[in-house]
Design a protein. Structure first.
Length: 380
């Protein structure tokens, strides 16, 4: 049976060069980076070389990169410390954020009594920047947390505009950039964001490793205690092979960025055209149909299928070897609708199956054609 992988927003296949680099490190660099002997120093050198290289991609200092187990931990580190250590009493966010942000701020509200303010949404889930500016006028010590690229519908936030707005209003700005790091160039010297989160497995690196960017002098403190690793921000023996693998994956992603952006965008547009030809009632969620206002890496489509027939769609696609999703991978197994789609779709469209197809350079037009042929059996 043909296998088609269109769930790259959940995780990406690792590049062969990344696997080779990690394997080499696991075989030869097994020292503990905290040990003072030569093997420990050699391991430590690898970590710091990776840190410098990763920092260079964002035009920041190596000291501003803190390695984590992934984007969720990076989000938690920033949000929790901002409230606990920096005295933030109000978090401004949106109801379209990843649960790594939404659930964290809800727990912080329960623990510390902070205020959560949700910025209004315009049509298709676009962040209302005028409403954000209104919220920034409160006298509370505030932090804004808005993601750069929405992981379900692909909407892009104008990161620099929001960062400038926050800076103008003396407000900290955190952005979950898990879906954009490795897919977009981010010069953090020209974009005055205070904190970002990233995860290696979203750009063809290993799972279980990511990083937080924390601008120098931010005042954030440790999230995990027990040792002085990561300059005291995150105790625990470093996963050297994963860190090196992340550096290699990021290096290759940016080295091939222009070519792969063009290739993947062409594939996305081809998929959209074929879906439209399949039915005039095809609807695209959020701004994913608009190349200027959404990422090139995914589409989220509301299929014109009756609810009774659509209930088994994902199961049937899986049986045909097609990997895709109905929302964030972190919500898999839940019977509830996507919290993102629930905010932007009508009750009628929520009853229809929505599917997220997300792409990488490993995908082909033949993959798209295969999916379209299967969907013909369902679409009315």
């Amino acid at each position: 049976m043909r296998q088609v992988y269109f769930d790259n927003a959940a995780t990406t296949p690792m590049r062969d060069a990344v696997i080779d680099r990690m394997t080499q490190v696991m075989r030869s660099q097994y020292g503990n980076a905290s040990s003072t002997h030569s093997m420990g120093r050699s391991a430590k050198s690898l970590i710091e070389t990776s840190r410098k290289k990763i920092a260079s991609f964002f035009n920041v200092n190596a000291s501003e990169i803190v390695f984590t187990a992934g984007g969720t931990e990076a989000d938690n580190l920033v949000l929790r410390s901002a409230v606990r250590d920096l005295g933030v009493t109000e978090v401004i966010t949106s109801k379209l954020e990843h649960h790594a942000v939404l659930h964290t701020v809800e727990h912080l509200q329960s623990e510390y009594g902070i205020t959560i303010s949700y910025v209004k949404l315009l049509e298709n889930g676009v962040i209302d920047l005028h409403d954000l500016e209104r919220l920034l006028q409160s006298s509370n010590k505030k932090l804004v947390s808005l993601m750069h690229v929405n992981n379900e519908i692909g909407n892009k936030l104008d990161l620099k505009k929001v960062a400038d707005l926050c800076k103008k209003n003396n407000t900290l700005f955190h952005s979950d950039t898990v879906q954009s790091v490795g897919h977009y160039q981010l010069d953090l010297q020209t974009i005055p964001v205070d904190f970002i989160a990233a995860s290696a497995h979203k750009f063809h690196g290993p799972k279980g490793v990511g990083f937080a960017f924390m601008r120098k002098g931010s005042g954030l403190k440790a999230s995990i205690y027990g040792g002085e690793q990561e300059r005291g921000y995150r105790a625990g023996t470093e996963s050297i092979h994963n860190i090196v693998g992340m550096e290699e994956a990021l290096k290759l992603s940016y080295a091939n960025l222009e070519q792969e952006q063009s290739q993947i965008l062409e594939l996305k547009n081809y998929f959209i055209d074929r879906l439209k030809a399949l039915s005039p009632n095809m609807a695209f969620n959020g701004n994913c149909e608009n190349p200027d206002q959404s990422t090139y890496t995914l589409i989220n489509v509301c299929l014109p299928i009756a609810p009774a027939k659509g209930g088994m769609l994902h199961f049937q696609l899986d049986l045909k070897g097609i990997a895709c999703s109905k929302g964030s991978a972190c919500q898999s197994g839940s019977n509830q609708n996507s919290h993102v789609l629930s905010e932007i779709l009508s009750a009628e469209n929520l009853m229809k199956p929505s599917v997220r197809f997300s792409f990488s350079s490993f995908n082909t037009k033949e993959d798209v054609d295969y999916v379209i042929d299967i969907l013909k059996e369902f679409v009315e």
